[in-house]
Design a protein. Structure first.
Length: 304
């Protein structure tokens, strides 16, 4: 890869490429060190961290779907104290910036969590207000503009790190949510989280997932996510990370043209543990083929 074609700046962070590993699919980055050189990764979005440890949802948590997957992990994680003590010392020293994804049950808890993570090794926070597979908290914050704004304000008040708010697609108009968190001080947006879905075991005539519903991701959501990025980019002035079904360099090009400044690769990491680098290499080949000096030149360049 020709690094100068791919390197970019995002919220004050220098990224080797605009291609990141999405939260929940890339662990804490250290799990992928045997497969890829972290110097070739734009950024690492950590597994979601909550104030206290969570065991996640009971029962079946993953279901394959045509061109995608459903999950209802339920934010299983070791909690912020264990993260700070045992995980951050290594994850925070990888070559790629570590952006920590956070979730909590109240706006005040989000603020407290942000304060604890305002430390060296954490490059930015991705605020998950949109997890569709926990029964409390996230789904409310992700669908009500006032609640989303209150969380954003609390996080901003308790950290000096860039604050990236991850929006839910499970709303009537995503631009309303985007404008609300922008006005509350968000530095950037991630568009978008998983779509709410369901699977049924027809032999048992029962829901397949332990949580009944779960988050749909993978290639099947790419056209939907792309449309939401395009809509959001026209509504706000802060930068956007595009996320949803990205599998190839050409997919990245589409998200950049629609208005994203960077992207996250999620479900594809499960099929190909080198996906983040493979996609960046394909993006670089596209840039070379078209004589484009840097991927930044594609951002928002869609012709009507």
């Amino acid at each position: 890869m020709k690094k100068e074609r791919l390197s970019t700046e995002f919220c004050g962070m220098h990224l080797a490429t605009p291609v990141m590993g999405a939260s929940g699919t890339f662990g804490f980055g250290v799990e992928y060190e045997d497969f890829i050189d972290m110097k070739d990764v734009g950024a690492i979005l950590s597994k979601g961290i909550t104030p206290e440890p969570r065991s996640g949802n009971a029962g079946v948590r993953i279901a394959e779907t045509p061109a995608g997957m459903l999950n209802c992990i339920g934010l299983e994680n070791p909690g912020v104290e264990v993260f700070l003590r045992d995980i951050l010392p290594k994850a925070g020293n990888l070559a790629a910036p570590l952006i920590v994804n956070i979730s909590a049950g109240t706006a005040e808890e989000y603020g407290e969590l942000a304060a604890k993570l305002d430390v060296d090794g954490v490059a930015a926070l991705e605020v998950n207000i949109s997890c569709p597979n926990v029964k409390e908290g996230g789904i409310v914050f992700g669908t009500k503009p006032e609640a989303a704004a209150s969380v954003t304000k609390e996080v901003k008040a308790h950290t000096k790190k860039p604050v990236i708010v991850k929006l839910s697609p499970n709303v009537t108009d995503i631009t309303v949510m985007a404008k609300a968190v922008e006005a509350a001080g968000a530095d950037a947006l991630t568009v978008c989280n998983t779509f709410m879905g369901m699977a049924i075991d027809v032999e048992r005539r029962r829901p397949l997932l332990g949580n009944i519903t779960g988050g749909l991701s993978g290639a099947c959501i790419r056209p939907l996510a792309l449309r939401l990025v395009w809509q959001t980019a026209k509504a706000v002035s802060i930068p956007i990370i595009g996320c949803g079904g990205i599998q190839t360099g050409e997919d990245v090009v589409a998200f950049l043209l629609a208005g994203a400044s960077a992207v996250e690769v999620g479900a594809e990491n499960f099929r190909n543990p080198r996906a983040v680098v493979t996609v960046a290499e394909e993006l670089d080949a596209y840039l070379e083929r078209h004589g484009i000096a840097n991927a930044r030149d594609l951002v928002g360049a869609l012709e009507d």
